[in-house]
Design a protein around this ligand. Sequence first.
Ligand code: LLP
Length: 428
Amino acid sequence: MHGFAYRNGSLHCEDVDLQSLAESHGTPLYVYSAGTIRDHYRRLDQALEGVDHEVAYAVKANSNLSVLRLLADEGAGFDIVSGGELFRVIEAGGEPARCTFAGVGKTRREIEYALEQGIYSFNVESEAELRYLDQVAGELGVTAPAAVRVNPNVDARTHKYISTGKSENKFGVDFEQIADLYARAAKDLPNVRLRGIQMHIGSQLTSIQPFIEAVEKVAPLAARLRDEHGIEFWSIGGGIGIIYQDCLRSGTIDWWDEKSEQDRPLTLDEYGRELVPRLRDLGLRILLEPGRCIAGNAGVLLTTCLYEKKGSAKTFKIVDAGMNDLIRPALYEGYHEIVPLREPGAERLKVDVVGPICESGDFFCQDHELPDFQPGEAVALMSSGAYGFVMASNYNTRPMPAEVLVDGDKASVIRKRQTLEDLVAAER
Ligand code: LLP
């Protein structure tokens, strides 16, 4: 469910008409629904009710300060992957003591900063990193809280660029090596306190099966580490997939009612229903690191059609957003439903929607049947709330788009559009 729907013929985010936002703030423009973010956070939190748990939002998905503040107010913890993300969490009023720090390449400066701020745990991805963490903590005269990321060698059945839980991926430590590593660390690394275990098998998982497989495989290991080393938590990572196809209609109850049990995409309820019984008797605190399922369907990218070009092979709709604003189609062949802001009729035309960037990969769809829209009209690229703005760049010296957060009938600019002066300021 999400907060986007046609009302009186025009697409709204909650109670705000998106056309009016496009007109007053210009395009490209990211718009997020605060109600949807809150709703998804609460649903996931409730789905895990049967077990001691913490939802640590994966900041990388959407790290705007206002989004982080909203989640901090809901009571979320945070999963971070850089010193920069920790800085953002602190700026937004989040607690470092509820942050876990993931990533294969933490630098000395980042480790020191996170130790000074007192984060909950470093989620360590190699023995070398664990040894380095011990060294830096020793030099600072502190103990570093840590968990090792286990690579369970489970196929997440997702795009190869966002699959992380197979042995050939760079992430984590092989399942078979974990017990020995904990034993060695307990003996040799006095400045590290191993307080948990972590895993994350991939992103945009649309079936519960890989999650079940990974949890069932790692549960005995987690129990053993609890008994032998007194670990307190198990972070089972993020990865819950969202709806990209038919996103707009999935915001309605009817859409869900029409789906049979088997056709329904993975829901947060199902995730909790299947996993809680497999986790609850371990006596461990369960951490979750969701990013996409909190923010993904809560955001859209608005873009205006500039030109139409009819070639001999194709019709191109050229819009004012490019791959620099939303890179998912170019990088992962990601699909984002494209809908006009003015409610269209039934007619569909086969088109490519492309941006202004000088690259053939700069497209939002190819040969898709879309409702027609004309130059001057704006459309929404749905499901763009996660891995949208955060992956945007200044490629082709294009200013970063503005971001707006809608809450009920209120719309606030939560990031100003970059100016041309901003673009060159650091080079003067
Ligand atoms: N925890 C760890 C250790 C991760 O690496 C990630 C995502 C998450 C949690 C959050 O996963 P989520 O719940 O959002 O699936 N840019 C790509 C996705 C990259 C995901 C990277 N890691 C995309 O646009 O599809």
